[in-house]
Design a protein around this ligand. Structure first.
Ligand code: BQF
Length: 290
């Protein structure tokens, strides 16, 4: 099995962005600027936003973090969104998910100007993506496409099974890989919690993208020899031997599959860093598009 090193690839591509932004700065131009709205203090969200701020520094981007307490009103968040939409210093911004229950997530996402929607969650970007038009791609599927490309993994004519149908990973991933493009041109099956005989589907797959959010879900008896495994899961499982009291595991039984598959992403250090990289690429695109 060859390891798909997302961390290394993300660092490499961030270095490329750094060279571009340093050149812009040397020409007296401003740097790309990403903003993030973080509501409450969910530990996972805090860690994701920290990763994004640190990655902006590595790529030579400006970043601004806007924090509000968990009991912030929806109207205050809409006012912040309106300000960011109209702020010429901001190229793109994200609303860190998940949001507290009293906030209507869809209402906020609809308020983000599609030209600043670097998460690609606005229906305008989703619709353009689905129709093969130029758009901000959702960061995780974008990062996965870059990994497949970089590792020379052919998708054309291949059987791909995507496990999970979320708006931000499974659904857009299935659309992108079935599009007439490269990577793409795959025969895609999207399986989910109501799928009957899921194993029959995964056993037939040349490439499996696991985004179901269940630790160790994909086991060795569910995959065929030589398959390519992309593990999107980031699950916290209790581990008393760790300082933090938990460790991160994917949706895949990595040890069990290691001797059976051709390529596989680790967790951590696989899809996660490429998700953040996808966000940076979108921010660069937003900057260049103005
Ligand atoms: C790594 C995310 C679920 C729900 C909301 C590097 C990240 C994670 C892991 C990261 C994620 C997951 C992000 C690693 C951002 C990816 O080394 O393995 C980076 O920061 N992510 C998010 O913003 O929201 C999420 C997962």
């Amino acid at each position: 099995m060859k390891l798909i090193d997302g961390k290394e690839l993300a660092n490499q591509l961030k270095e490329g962005l750094r060279q571009k932004t340093d050149k812009l700065a040397a020409e007296g131009k401003r740097r790309p600027h990403l903003a993030a709205i973080l509501v409450g203090n969910n530990p996972a969200s805090e860690s994701y936003v920290r990763n994004k701020v640190r990655s902006c520094e590595q790529a030579g981007f400006e970043s601004t973090l806007i924090r509000r307490p968990a009991d912030v009103s929806e109207s205050e968040l809409l006012a912040i969104i309106d300000e960011l939409n109209n702020n010429p210093a901001i190229d793109g911004y994200i609303v860190q998910l998940p949001l507290p229950d009293h906030i209507h997530e869809q209402k906020l996402l609809l308020a983000i100007h599609p030209d600043k929607d670097v998460d690609g969650f606005h229906p305008m970007n989703f619709g353009k993506m689905a129709q093969g038009m130029d758009a901000f791609l959702p960061a995780t599927p974008y990062g996965i496409l870059l990994m497949l490309e970089h590792y020379g993994i052919e998708t054309s004519g291949k059987e791909v099974v995507v496990i999970g149908r979320s708006n931000i990973v499974g659904t857009p991933m299935s659309i992108l890989l079935s599009r007439k493009s490269n990577p793409g041109n795959a025969t895609v099956t999207l399986v989910h919690s109501r799928t009957k005989n899921l194993k029959a589907h995964t056993l037939n797959a040349d490439i499996i993208i696991a985004a179901i959010g269940i630790p160790y879900f994909l086991k060795a008896d569910m995959v065929k020899d030589g398959a390519v495994i992309i593990d999107v899961g980031i699950n916290r499982v209790e581990d008393a031997t760790r300082k933090r009291g938990y460790r991160l595991v994917g949706d895949v039984d990595f040890e069990g599959l290691a001797r059976k598959v051709s390529f596989m992403t680790p967790v951590p250090g696989g899809v996660g860093p490429m998700t953040v990289l996808g966000l940076l690429m979108n921010t660069m695109k937003a900057y260049l598009g103005r």
